[in-house]
Design a protein around this ligand. Structure first.
Ligand code: UDP
Length: 317
């Protein structure tokens, strides 16, 4: 059994990770300031005897009593809608939050897991993106608060490893979806499902030819565990390489929800990446992981979840 600190513990990925670690017999200490996280996400296990939760902003000094085996830094404002609304918080959690949590790992002699992102590749000129691709980013661009904080975070992790010999893992996470995403998250899958279930038009940005590759949350968490259990201290892409256009995704959501909604086209946000697809060769060979849940199956599970949530939520969402 390990004792593990998870920041962003009440968020989408953080809460799934906490649950999975508890199932594997670990003790989990979760932290979140609930800016984008929600306590509903942890209600199924909040009273578990190996779980504790602290409402805390991880960009401020962090105190944890006792030993720790791992620090897993998942706190992040990962949705473009959230990070463009809170750009400074986004920079702080990726930069200062990473510094503080690395300090905890150093102090406790713990390993450190960093949740990085496909956004380190920016609007990529090569598709799919291998880990060796260095990216096409804009430090002064509209998405820079997110991209740059994660790039800085990776550099900070690398430096703690080099200077303090910390045992590190870096997951470059590609678009992930599933239950516990917020209905008002703004990201494309919860938005399309909400629109389709409500009978509203699906808002495709641009002409919908831009691509993304969507990974179901259970697969991603399984990838985290594989990475944690591997000796790999270099960044590893975690995602599902099944690449789809956004228009194709909209049509699939309409089909699977049996909706009569139409599609409407809205302006493409500035610097919206044109393509994104992980090259997961490294994950397959070095950590023995690949995703198993295909898009149709993952969308069906997500639709069931969001349908239930919509039924119990006010009409304003
Ligand atoms: N998108 C869209 N309609 C929406 C929300 C998003 O067409 O209502 C598009 C968005 O422009 C992007 C893709 O879907 O091309 C994925 O967007 P998301 O915000 O989910 O994540 P990103 O991969 O851009 O970080």
């Amino acid at each position: 059994m390990s004792r593990i600190l998870v920041t962003g513990g009440s968020g989408f990925l953080g809460s799934h990770l906490c649950e999975s670690l508890l199932e594997d017999g670990h003790e989990v200490i979760a932290m979140d300031n609930n800016v984008s996280g929600q306590t509903e996400n942890i209600e199924d296990f909040v009273y578990h005897d190996r779980f504790s939760f602290f409402e805390h902003d991880v960009t401020e000094f962090i105190h944890v009593s006792g030993d720790l085996d791992w620090v897993m830094h998942l706190a992040s404002l990962a949705s473009p809608m959230f990070y463009s609304g809170h750009p400074i918080k986004t920079l702080k959690v990726g930069a200062l939050g990473t510094h503080k949590t690395l300090g905890v790992a150093k102090n406790k002699g713990a390993g450190y897991f960093f949740s990085s992102t496909s956004e380190v590749y920016g609007d990529p000129e090569v598709n799919p993106q291998p880990e060796s691709y260095r990216g096409n980013v804009d430090s002064y661009g509209p998405r820079s608060c997110y991209d740059e904080s994660k790039r800085y975070g990776e550099s900070m992790v690398r430096s703690y490893r080099d200077q303090h010999d910390i045992n590190v893992r870096v997951a470059r996470i590609f678009n992930t979806y599933g239950p516990r995403m917020r209905l008002d998250d703004g990201r494309v899958i919860p938005t399309f499902i909400r629109q389709a279930l409500r009978g509203n038009e699906l808002t495709v940005y641009g002409d919908g030819s831009q691509t993304r590759s969507f990974c179901y949350v259970d697969d991603l968490i399984d990838g985290f565990i594989h990475l944690l259990n591997s000796p790999v201290q270099e960044p590893v892409n975690l995602g599902n390489p099944d690449e789809r256009s956004i228009l194709e995704l909209a049509e699939l959501v309409i089909e699977l929800t049996d909706s009569s909604s139409d599609i409407t086209f809205e302006p493409l946000p500035p610097q919206d990446p044109q393509v994104r697809r992980p090259d997961i060769s490294k994950a397959k060979t070095e950590i023995g992981w690949e995703p198993k849940i295909d898009l149709r199956e993952g969308l069906k599970r997500s639709i069931d979840h969001f349908r239930e949530q919509l039924e119990s939520t006010s009409e304003t969402v």
